[in-house]
Design a protein around this ligand. Structure first.
Ligand code: SAM
Ligand code: DTB
Ligand code: SF4
Length: 365
């Protein structure tokens, strides 16, 4: 027998094959995640059960990442990342009590409030974002939801950003009847409205609105023909079962959200969650991998929290199927990696930003 010289020198005894190749092994397993993923891809949209989603989370890490990569490559170019830049168009003094948020008027976070930005400031931010390579501007407003008198200003902001050649996203809270339609008519592409956590953990985090309120706005956004950006936060003191429920709820919406931001809690001094114990970084990667498998065609965004992540952890998140980031040195009120750092990271990984249009392509296998 001709033996590989490296094997011959390092392993004096040839290594015994103790396991099947991962693909075959996955298909053998009764709760095969790849099998589940295949089924999900065969039908337009199927209902995921709690048990199925939990089984994905429980997979050995190498198998979970392998499945997520396989699904990812069937729908996306794994070397491309969509870049959205955030802009806070109304900051602080929010009536809501979201326990993670720097902008709630109920907590002493030291944040300076700012009223609605004028159109010149929005245009300038859009130009900067575009010049830096972002494909979308995400405007966030610290409101429970827009008042009727605010909608005209929001429409004007959307038109201004569109004029600068960027996709638009707005995150302005709960919408009333007709508001989503007005924003869609102004040219809004995406509306961001996060479920944040599971329905059962929600009341531990927010008491001033209900999960049903959030789901109702998501339905209005979908019916208005806007693309939905909806995800959550890892590290709110939730259990894995809550993460399972959150992802199951997202994947089982009438249509999976086109964009799924997975935020890691940015702990804000002065908020009730300031001291919450962080979640294992690999659990964040698992959450991204499961989101990728459940929502194969969506963009899964490695969102808030990158500032405290190593390059290696971010690389793992991309391997798990994240293909979008917030890009620019500020999120809404907290820091984000600098543009230079992000360019260096993507260069190290042989990756690049994706242009405006969704980058779908045939599988690489
Ligand atoms: N006020 C609107 C609302 O709550 O829908 C829009 C702005 S709000 C800041 C948008 C989202 O940012 C929240 O739903 C939450 O998911 C995320 N977020 C806010 N503060 C965060 C923090 N400290 N860490 C991680 N994500 C956060
Ligand atoms: C989302 O999922 N994350 C963004 C955006 N949608 C609006 C906001 C992150 C905020 C992080 C904390 C801050 O900067 O205030
Ligand atoms: Fe207000 Fe939104 Fe912050 Fe909640 S998350 S306090 S609604 S800005």
């Amino acid at each position: 027998m001709v033996r590989n010289s490296v094997q011959g020198s390092i392993h004096s005894v040839p290594r015994k094959e103790t396991r099947l190749p991962p693909l075959a092994r996955l298909f053998e397993h009764p709760h095969s995640s790849l099998k589940q993923a295949e089924r999900a891809m065969e039908t337009d949209h199927r209902e995921w059960t709690t048990e199925e989603v939990a089984a994905l989370f429980e997979q050995p890490f190498p198998d979970l990442l392998y499945t997520a990569q396989t699904v990812h490559r069937r729908h996306h170019d794994p070397t491309r990342v969509q870049a959205s830049t955030l802009l806070s168009v109304k900051t602080g003094a929010c009536s809501e009590d979201c326990a993670y948020c720097s902008q709630s008027a109920r907590y002493e976070t030291g944040l300076e409030r700012e009223s609605l930005l004028d159109l010149d400031a929005v245009r300038a931010a859009a130009r900067r974002a575009k010049a830096a390579g972002a494909s979308r501007l995400c405007m966030g407003a610290a409101w429970r939801g827009p008042k009727e008198r605010d909608v005209g200003a929001l429409e004007a902001m959307v038109r201004t950003v569109k004029e600068e050649g960027l996709e638009t996203c707005l995150s302005a809270g709960l919408l009333k009847d007709g508001q989503a339609e007005r924003l869609a008519a102004a040219g809004l592409d995406y509306y961001n409205h996060n479920l944040d956590t599971s329905e059962s953990h929600y009341a531990e985090v927010v008491t001033t609105r209900t999960y049903a309120d959030r789901l109702d706005t998501l339905e209005q956004v979908r019916r208005a023909g806007l693309k939905v950006c909806c995800g959550g936060i890892v590290g709110l003191g939730e259990s894995r079962a809550d993460r399972v429920e959150l992802l199951k709820t997202l994947a089982n919406l009438p249509e999976p959200p086109q964009s799924v931001p997975i935020n890691r809690l940015v702990p804000i001094p002065g908020t009730p969650l300031e001291e919450t114990a962080g979640v294992d970084p690999l659990e964040m990667v698992r959450t991204i991998a499961v989101a990728r498998i459940l929502m194969p065609a969506s963009h899964v965004r490695l969102s808030a929290g990158r500032e405290s992540m190593s390059d290696e952890l971010q690389a793992l998140a991309f391997l798990a199927g994240a293909n979008s980031i917030f890009y620019g040195e500020k999120l809404l009120t907290t820091p984000n990696p600098s543009q230079d750092e992000d360019h260096a990271l993507l260069a190290r990984l042989g990756m690049a930003f994706q242009p405006s249009e969704p980058c779908r392509r045939e599988a690489r296998g």
